[in-house]
Design a protein around this ligand. Sequence first.
Ligand SMILES: *Cc1c(COP(=O)(O)O)cnc(C)c1O
Length: 356
Amino acid sequence: MPYLKINQNNFFNNYQVLKNLTKDENKIAIVLKDNAYGHGILEIAKLAHQKSIKNAFVKNMQEALCIQHLFENISILYPQSCFLQNHFEQCLKTPNILFCVASLEFLKTLPNGTQIELKVNSGMNRNGISKEELKEAFNIITQKNLKLIGVFTHNGYGDDLGAEFFSQNQNFSQIKKEVLSFTKSLNLPLPRFHSLSSSGAFRDNTTQDKQDFLEDSFYRFGIAFYGYLCADSVFNFQHNLKPIASLWAQKISTCKLLKGQTIGYSGTSKALEDMQISTYDIGYGDGLFRIKEGMELFTKEGYRIFARASMDCISIQSTQEEVCIFEDVSEFAKAFNTIPYEILVHLHSYIPKKII
Ligand SMILES: *Cc1c(COP(=O)(O)O)cnc(C)c1O
């Protein structure tokens, strides 16, 4: 059976990197959505708990309920995804679970007294309440006595060189001021604010002055915790983050090939000399992307992985009982012309996690 080795020392190293960056451990919130980017939500939540991280973000209600005992606040980014009535009722009853609300329509559906974080659109134009809709949002909030815990946005330009990163920050600053005046006139407590993910946090620290009481409460760190940063290389961040997960697979069988014999579907790969190859028990059915002709990929030990991958196994020029498919997923991401996020998040949740 394949498995993911989670290196807890690397996780703690990454935590330390983020603590050095933010200079305040309370500024570190962790994003655990999508099964902690494929790493195992409960496993990673427990590591975060060991570092007393207080705020976590998840995708749906199921994820929130699974880690509710480990954080002071758990915010559900997409509460409508995977909606089940009994989970909804359970979440409403759980005092440390917050619902993120990205539209007036959803706001109107929530029962009185629900704890919410309002998502606003500051220029990414994906989802969130617009500045013009804030007034109506506050009307609904007061009518229904909703508990407004936070107002947040997502700056979608953290990775890119250019002015949009700053103009989104400025839009959010404007929104904060309006929120301040609404809460003052309605006699509501000022909510917490947050807007930046991993790469935004790295830029924020190098480029921005801090405002006082309208300052963001924390950064929402996802990918940095897992050991990667995907910002444009011009930023040249010196970060010392370390990937925390390595993927291991076990040998199914070995076979001897003579020079010229082909391997696997359609005989895409060919033995260039007499050799022994083995198949290992991970394939695209387990969420690893399908390795195709033209890709040059090697295990951590340096053994060639042959195209094409099958659904449940891959062929590798090795006879070892166990191989490390990757320790740093960047090479796979490059080969598939994508980002580490996508490769990691596809790994099936049933792949066992071993914490070392
Ligand atoms: C996924 C996500 C994050 C984390 O982004 P990273 O780039 O992984 O740090 C932060 N905020 C929101 C709203 C997200 O959806």
